[in-house]
Design a protein around this ligand. Structure first.
Ligand code: ZN
Ligand code: ZN
Length: 440
């Protein structure tokens, strides 16, 4: 275990003597030489041999992925080398996804074949086969259970803005907008008819300026037209099916049972099979992620460029820089949840007041985060290669690429009345989302 370095009393960096950051609410670090940039680095040392081996394997994978991530960035930052849209990895990924669908098809056809033989002994086998086919079926996506769906009549201005952004990019409009308490936005397609669902995470929406919100919306609608192979139904549904199998096969708690020997053997065999399924699907998922890493990242950068075209490079850049503030949102949520627990009885503010003020408190807290702390988080994103999720490139590289492109003006502008109307429409969803936060 390494202990975090001690902070010098004189406020000067022990490494280069430059002034340190000064806000005691955040990590004290040196913006000149990055001393104490990541105080958690090196903590939690791995001690046992199998864990050390697993960590080494993870590190090797991280390095291989890191090399691809940086190569994609370099290729895009140098526009004289246009990257191939569909390369060998793309075809390999589609073939692996196809083999997942083939397993489902084989179980379905095989089981129906067994049923048509008329042999009664084959009925249980066919039933098991059909059961497996059902579980491995392609998944078509679903709505977020924490989300509140908003209809067009409930939020006409919000839908109108989303429609304008989508039209600017030539993307299909959102058929449903749902609001969640989370820190992020997403664009998904659900059901057989692939309905477009736009999800707005209020924690992100609330800390963005109106222009940055347009940039975030444009990035999301950009997903519909950026040629991301991971979003194609063929590929996406295979990944969802594999993820389902992977979770189903995950080792559960060991249970002691007084049942007979036969039961114990059957239980042991079943667990062995499920463990095999877990490891195989883990391997396949990792492979699919690796094969589509470069193409997926290119598509995400493309969506950022579309956002810059719609909302301006400046708004897109500052929206991306806000993405490193997720931890601060967690801090406010935890604090409010703890206060709520402590003031359940007594002179606590009314429930509606408390719900409404959560977002105000979040906005104020985020606005109070000094520039030097924002810079630290961005540099941390560079050091850890961290991104908003596994699908997106590291946030600092996204910021860099937008900065490297010629600055674009906003194609779509908002008037203050429109912004105010949208704010008003979101009031019930804001109260609802605050309740979900408080209850968690
Ligand atoms: Zn220093
Ligand atoms: Zn994206």
């Amino acid at each position: 275990m390494t202990t975090p370095p001690a902070v010098e009393a004189d406020g000067m960096c022990p490494s280069c003597s430059a002034p340190l950051s000064a806000d005691p609410r955040f990590v004290i670090w040196c913006p000149s030489c990055s001393w104490n940039l990541d105080p958690s680095a090196g903590t939690g040392a791995v001690t046992t041999a199998p864990r050390r081996r697993a960590e080494r394997r993870r590190e090797a994978r991280r390095r291989a992925d890191g090399a691809t991530v940086e190569q994609v960035f370099r290729d895009l930052a140098n526009p004289s080398r246009p990257p191939a849209v569909r390369d060998g990895s793309w075809f390999a990924a589609m073939a692996v996804a196809g083999s997942v669908h083939l397993v489902t098809a084989a179980f379905t056809v095989g089981s129906i074949g067994l049923l048509t033989t008329g042999n009664l002994l084959m009925v249980p086998v066919a039933a098991i086969g059909l059961g497996i086919a059902f579980v491995t079926r392609p998944r078509l996506g679903r709505l977020d259970p924490d989300g509140s769906p908003l209809s067009r009549s409930e939020a006409p201005h919000l839908y109108a803005l989303a429609d304008r952004v989508a039209a600017e990019l030539g993307a299909p409009p959102a058929e449903l907008i749902e609001v969640t308490p989370g820190f992020g936005m997403s664009h998904t397609r659900v059901g057989l008819r692939r309905h477009v669902v736009l999800t707005i995470g209020l924690a992100l929406w609330e800390v963005l300026t109106p222009e940055e919100r347009v940039a975030a919306l444009a990035h999301e609608f950009g997903h519909a037209v950026n040629g991301d192979p991971r979003r194609a139904l063929w590929f996406h549904s295979a990944v969802e099916a594999l993820t389902h199998w992977n979770r189903a096969g995950a080792p559960g708690p060991v249970e002691q049972s007084g049942a007979g020997l036969v039961f114990l053997i059957m239980d042991w065999v079943a667990k062995l099979v499920m463990r095999g399924v877990h490891h195989l699907t883990e391997l396949l998922l990792r492979r699919l992620l690796r094969l589509t890493l470069a193409a997926g990242h290119r598509a995400e950068y493309h969506a950022d460029e579309m956002a810059a075209r719609v909302a301006s490079s400046a708004a897109t850049g500052s929206m991306l820089r806000a993405l490193v503030l997720g931890d601060s949102v967690e801090t406010v949520f935890r604090r409010r949840s703890a206060v709520r627990q402590g003031t359940r009885s007594g002179r606590a503010p009314s429930r509606d007041q408390a719900d409404a003020s959560l977002w105000q408190e979040l906005r104020e807290y985020v606005a109070s985060i000094p520039e030097v702390e924002r810079l630290r988080r961005l540099r941390l994103s560079a050091r850890r290669m961290s991104s908003v999720d596994r699908a997106h490139p590291p946030t600092y590289l996204r910021v860099q690429l937008i900065g490297a492109r010629p600055p674009a003006e906003a194609a779509l502008t908002l008037d203050p009345a429109e912004t105010a109307a949208i704010e008003e429409e979101l009031t019930p969803a804001r109260t609802q989302a605050a309740r979900v936060v408080m209850m968690s």
